[in-house]
Write a new protein. Structure first.
Length: 588
């Protein structure tokens, strides 16, 4: 094997790795929001988790990517360790799809159809079509499909280049003598694990093995099996590196992945060599090719999964024994709000952000409810809870905003862009709502400390207004969390009713001042309360209108509101009348 053959091998490997990366990235992007919808269906049912692991890995063409995603999910608190274990097992089966695609490069025959089915022959057409689509199309989705074709073509061309570069080794006695080290199963496993760890891709190392086996014809079944087992262990390295800096449960995901492959490798070695000693397998000294390597790889992962699937609880306990909780540390390890590991899968990262924003919305709403309770009965502990919740909402806004800025730098499909835009609009409004909760708290505190009391009529009016405020917050948060446009359309009529209530209450307050029923000091507090309620309802309106407008690809909120409040809008008027009757102010 000459110096130029080595260059050709390295070039083919580089082309293979880049093709695999491009193919995986574009498949993830095309899948978009569908990936997180699939993950949402994971339950405690281990068989569903197994199936989902197979599907996800087959889609993204990388068990490593799936495992890194799982580390991010568990680190973010979106998934439990027990759920992740079955998915890891499924990922090991899903990754065999890649080796089967690579094995097609060994198809040989004079038939035109067989030749065209050979990916090496098909790849130039795929490359041409992919380049044309990426250069000529203005549609992002078509460009991504073009990227998939280019990635597939580079993958197969790289495989072909590697095969051609190692062809001279077929008749090399030196190469044959080197291969004798692989008769030692431990050495074969070590070499397989090291090469896979360096390449960060079991598919690439298996592709190399298939290329060597197909072209040199000097790899026996007995040599290939330990290398394949080592490659499965080596693929755990990326997940282990990814878990650095994560919480303990996320580290346990990576450890479970390692244990699963190590235990599986030991089981398979014991079974194979034990049965070989008894039955003296005739096929042990037969030469393998790309197809038979795919068979061995698939059988190993399927059999290992069948054996270990009933023992997911044992693997979980083993992970806890390895990554122990520190009994001296009484603090609870809180999950990271947003995990940057998931930025590589934008659809899932956006769903994670949406879940966190839902929590932010709920806290913001409950902060207002707590502040309203303080108006009725002041309590210092509850007052501190309002301040703590408001600070929490502030931190949510900073964290989500920063995360979305990083995410916006990624290549997003149009649907994901809309979701990012909606969240960016919403977090500012939810943060301001919690600020108004603190303002209401300040009013409650002033009333308590100065022993100020409102007139009975003012109390009854505030009771009606606060009820309307609580309802508009409930409707708004529900519309946002469920992304329900029909619920969102109920917000604006109620916001209009809140404005009417506030205007009427201001007029009544002036009358009470003139009649000396209320004092100036009471008036300042009363007016501040009305202003804060109005502002909160305005922010609810912003959230609902943005949800409707962004969903309908329209971005002129003023035009929408003007159109909505026209006299001929029967639906708006019907809801306005309904809310007006529900929130009638009592007579003075």
């Amino acid at each position: 094997m000459s110096f130029f053959d080595v260059l050709s091998l390295l070039g083919g490997l580089a082309m293979f790795l880049y093709g695999m990366s491009l193919l995986s990235d574009k498949l993830e992007k095309i899948a978009g929001g569908k990936l997180e919808q699939i993950f949402e269906k994971i339950t405690s049912n281990r068989f569903k988790g197994l199936l989902l692991g197979v599907i996800i890995t087959a889609v993204v063409q990388s068990s490593t990517a799936t495992t890194v995603m799982l580390v991010g999910f568990v680190n973010s608190g979106l998934m439990r360790l027990s759920q992740a274990i079955a998915v890891i097992m499924g990922a090991n089966i899903g990754t065999t799809v890649t080796t089967w695609i690579l094995s097609l490069s060994g198809l040989d025959g004079d038939n035109f159809l067989i030749k065209m089915l050979n990916p090496v022959n098909l790849s130039p057409l795929a490359l041409l079509a992919g380049v044309v689509m990426r250069m000529m199309s203005k549609n992002d989705r078509k460009k991504d499909i073009g990227g998939i074709l280019v990635g597939f073509a580079l993958l197969m061309l790289g495989m072909g280049a590697m095969q051609e570069s190692v062809s001279p080794l077929q008749d090399s006695p030196k190469f044959a003598s080197i291969l004798t080290i692989f008769t030692n199963p431990v050495m074969g496993m070590v070499v397989g694990a090291v090469i896979t760890a360096i390449l960060h891709s079991s598919a690439a190392s298996i592709g190399m093995l298939q290329a060597f086996a197909t072209r040199t014809g000097q790899f026996t079944f007995g040599m290939a099996l330990p290398i394949l087992l080592g490659q499965n262990i080596g693929t755990c390295v990326t997940a282990l590196f990814s878990s650095v800096g994560a919480n303990k449960n996320a580290k346990r995901v990576a450890v479970v992945h390692l244990y699963f492959n190590c235990i599986g490798a030991v089981i398979m070695l014991v079974l194979y060599y034990g049965l070989d000693a008894i039955f003296d397998f005739a096929f042990a000294d037969e030469m393998v090719n790309g197809f038979s390597i795919s068979v061995v790889h698939t059988v190993f992962n399927v059999v290992t999964t069948i054996i270990l699937l009933p023992f997911t609880s044992f693997l979980e306990k083993l992970a806890y024994l390895t990554i122990k909780d520190d009994p001296a540390d009484n603090s609870v390890e809180m999950p990271v709000v947003l995990d940057e590991r998931l930025l590589n899968t934008p659809g899932i990262a956006i769903e994670q952000t949406k879940n966190v924003t839902n929590r932010m919305a709920s806290i913001s709403k409950n902060t207002i409810f707590l502040a309203i309770d303080l108006m009725k009965s002041y309590d210092e502990d509850k007052a501190q809870m309002v301040l703590m919740d408001e600070d929490c909402v502030d931190r949510y806004e900073d964290s989500i905003g920063s995360y979305l800025v990083k995410l916006s730098g990624r290549s997003l499909v149009p649907e994901d862009n809309k979701r990012v835009s909606l969240i960016l609009h919403a977090i500012g409004d939810f943060e301001r709502i919690s600020d108004h909760a603190v303002n209401i708290l300040d009013s409650a505190k002033e009333i308590h400390e100065k022993n100020i009391g409102f007139s009975e009529s003012a109390k009854r009016e505030l009771e009606v207004l606060f009820r309307a405020l609580q309802d508009i917050l409930d409707i708004t948060v529900k519309a946002f969390t469920e992304q329900d446009l029909s619920i969102a359309r109920k917000v604006e009529p109620l916001e209009e009713v809140v404005d009417v209530l506030c205007a009427e209450m201001k007029n009544r307050h002036v009358e009470r001042l003139q009649e000396k029923i209320c004092t100036i000091e009471q008036g300042f507090i009363f007016t501040d309360l009305l202003t804060n309620v109005e502002r909160v309802s305005d922010h609810c309106s912003n959230v609902a209108v943005n949800l409707i407008q962004i969903s309908e690809n329209a971005f002129d909120n003023h035009q929408y509101l003007n159109q909505l409040k026209k006299e001929d809008n029967e639906e708006f008027l019907r809801k306005f009348d309904e809310y007006s009757l529900r929130y009638l102010l009592p007579k003075m």
